[in-house]
Design a protein around this ligand. Structure first.
Ligand code: NAD
Length: 304
């Protein structure tokens, strides 16, 4: 066991499987006391069981670490609050939260139902809010803490996962809002976009050029939870972790502007000015989609 997180208390949602489990095990191995949350559901969010969270707590205990299980649904306010309360009642403080829990319900936008939209947005976006809300109230008083959300490269858009993509984009804005609102209290907030072999990524129909293991993501999250990341001033950032690759995403910013010079804009004047001066910022995902369609027509398994 290392001591990168010695003395810290960390709560992880979706910690029963995949990346969340790897984060919980790695944090415990680095000396943190861990709250292991998992609702124990199928990839689509159905059939909850408490055994999944309890199994990881046993694993941490067997390795000499300290953990408690919370098998709640974090898409509820009570679930998020109970996870934070478990940290306080078991260990007396809360230094970091990592919101990894997620589900998928894929459907083309024109066929997507409310039952496919609501639970996906609730698990990812609201499930990050419920935990950030409860944890930030504690961290504000402590004047220290780390909030970590999980997003995806698919926040750029997704053909058949508008629900998931919208939630992941929302998580980035939530993280940036937390970073801004809590900066003066010494609390940081960052997002991780992982690419790792889990049951969730197993269903991706493309050959992923850059993919790694949950443990690669866990090592990065341990660093973000450490004092070193706080001292380096890391907040409001989005990082990709895919096997050997780590990358930082740009902050959104205006690319080009034009100003009305002869009175207010009219549709005619916009038609004259916009294409040549402001223009567009081409979507990389659209180009990737076109390449995938060509590969699919040629009978190959497309690359992404
Ligand atoms: N695996 C990848 O390549 C990849 C890529 C991009 C983003 N992500 C994101 O990383 C995170 C982890 O994904 P994974 O691949 O490890 O998935 P996974 O399916 O292996 O694990 C997700 C866990 O979340 C739990 N969970 C679901 N709903 C919950 C709820 N309401 N309350 C508490 N727990 C709940 C599940 O029971 C499961 O154990 C997700 O947010 C996912 O969107 C993963």
């Amino acid at each position: 066991m290392g001591n990168f997180l010695a003395g810290k208390v960390v709560a992880v949602t979706g910690a029963g499987r995949g990346i969340g489990r790897a984060v919980a095990l790695a944090a415990a191995a680095e000396g943190a006391k861990v709250v292991v949350n998992d609702y124990g559901v199928a990839v689509d969010g159905a059939s909850p069981t408490s055994e999944v969270a309890e199994a990881v707590v046993k694993e941490i205990g067997a390795a000499g670490g300290d953990a408690v299980a919370v098998a709640d649904d974090i898409s509820t306010m009570a679930g998020g609050q109970r996870m934070v309360d478990a940290a306080l009642s078991s260990y007396g403080r809360l230094d970091g939260v990592v919101c990894v829990a997620g589900i998928l319900r894929e459907r083309m936008l024109f066929n997507m139902t409310e039952e496919e939209w609501d639970p996906v947005v609730a698990t990812h976006l609201k499930g990050t809010f419920t935990v950030f809300r409860a944890a930030s109230a504690v961290m504000r008083k402590q004047r220290a803490g780390t909030l970590i959300g999980f997003t995806s490269g698919n926040h750029q858009g997704s053909v058949s996962q508008a629900n998931y993509s919208a939630a992941k984009g929302g998580i980035i804005s939530l993280v940036r809002s937390a970073a801004l609102g809590l900066h003066k209290y010494g609390v940081t907030a960052n997002a991780v976009a992982p690419v790792a072999r889990t049951r969730m990524s197993a269903g991706v129909p493309t050959e992923l050029a850059e993919i790694g293991e949950p443990e690669d993501v866990a090592a990065f999250v341990v660093y973000l939870l450490s004092d070193g990341a706080r001292d380096a001033g890391i907040t409001g950032q989005v990082y990709t972790v895919a096997g050997p690759k780590i990358a930082v995403w740009a902050q959104p910013r205006e690319l080009r502007a034009a100003y009305a010079s002869e009175g207010p804009w009219t549709p005619e004047r916009i038609a004259e000015v916009l294409p040549g001066s402001v223009g567009v910022d081409p979507m990389p995902m659209l180009a990737q989609l076109a390449a995938m369609e060509v590969a699919a027509r040629a009978g190959e398994r497309p690359n992404a």
